[in-house]
Design a protein around this ligand. Structure first.
Ligand SMILES: Nc1ncnc2c1ncn2[C@@H]1O[C@H](COP(=O)(O)OP(=O)(O)OP(=O)(O)O)[C@@H](O)[C@H]1O
Ligand SMILES: [Mg+2]
Length: 215
């Protein structure tokens, strides 16, 4: 098992718990769609799964490491080695070119593989765009850069929070096709938040978050 979430509870300070008792497991290479109403805690759960934030009780095990035992530094180390994220808002670094954005996380983690990066760039249709800045790209192009950046370091777990939420139907299909193809090829597991039943149906499994629990 790559990711195991067991009876996790998470409350933000001064609020009722967002996650009351969440259990969920994800195997190596498996793809899972997470749905749920706005405010149900999907992004919160994604952050916990990616070791970005701490939880109150329960346990999350990521690639054999119990997250409750880690401090901020321990979580950061684990994240850098195993996890990558793709967001609805693309979150590229505006002052860096496409080429620099693509290499950014892999380089930080000391895992830059130039041949793989070049293949990714071609597969994602970005080879002629390396010198451009994010502001001069379409939304679909920006998200393809974000996917390349995420997969450049060959993460075991890709977390995607409504990755096609800002794209039109064509760009959305294109981005999802490429993401699923590359995820399956690299053997990464994917936890993807979406509001679309059509997208959810393309993944191996589906989970729905409501009332602080998986239903
Ligand atoms: N950093 C934070 N501090 C305090 N409250 C937060 C924080 N992040 C999220 N929340 C609250 O937690 C609840 C769940 O938020 P979350 O972003 O996880 O929902 P979501 O399911 O991703 O919603 P959406 O579909 O709109 O993205 C909301 O009530 C939100 O206001
Ligand atoms: Mg969200």
């Amino acid at each position: 098992m790559l990711l195991s979430i067991e009876h996790v509870r998470k409350a933000y300070p001064g609020q009722r718990p967002v996650l009351q008792d969440v259990s969920l497991a994800l195997d190596h290479g498996e793809t899972l769609a997470l749905t749920g109403e706005s405010g149900s805690g999907k992004s919160t759960l994604l952050n916990l799964a990616g070791a970005l934030d701490a939880f109150d009780s329960g346990e999350i095990t990521l690639d054999g490491k119990a997250l409750s035992a880690l401090d901020d530094t321990g979580r950061a180390d684990l994240r850098r080695d195993r996890v990558a994220l793709v967001f609805q808002q693309f979150n590229l670094i505006p002052s860096l070119t496409v080429g620099q954005n693509l290499a950014f996380h892999a380089r930080l983690g000391g895992r830059l593989d130039k041949a793989w990066l070049s293949e990714l760039s071609h597969r994602l249709g970005l080879a002629d765009l390396h010198d451009r800045y994010p502001e001069n790209l379409s939304g679909g192009q920006q998200q393809r850069v974000a996917i390349g950046r995420a997969l450049a370091a060959r993460p075991k777990l890709l977390l995607a929070d409504e990755p096609t939420g800002n794209l039109d139907e064509n760009a959305s299909r294109e981005v999802l096709d490429l993401m699923l193809e590359l995820v399956r090829e690299t053997g990464a597991a994917l936890l993807l938040v979406t509001h679309s039943v059509e997208i959810a149906n393309r993944l191996d499994r589906r989970a729905h978050l409501a009332g602080g629990k998986i239903t």
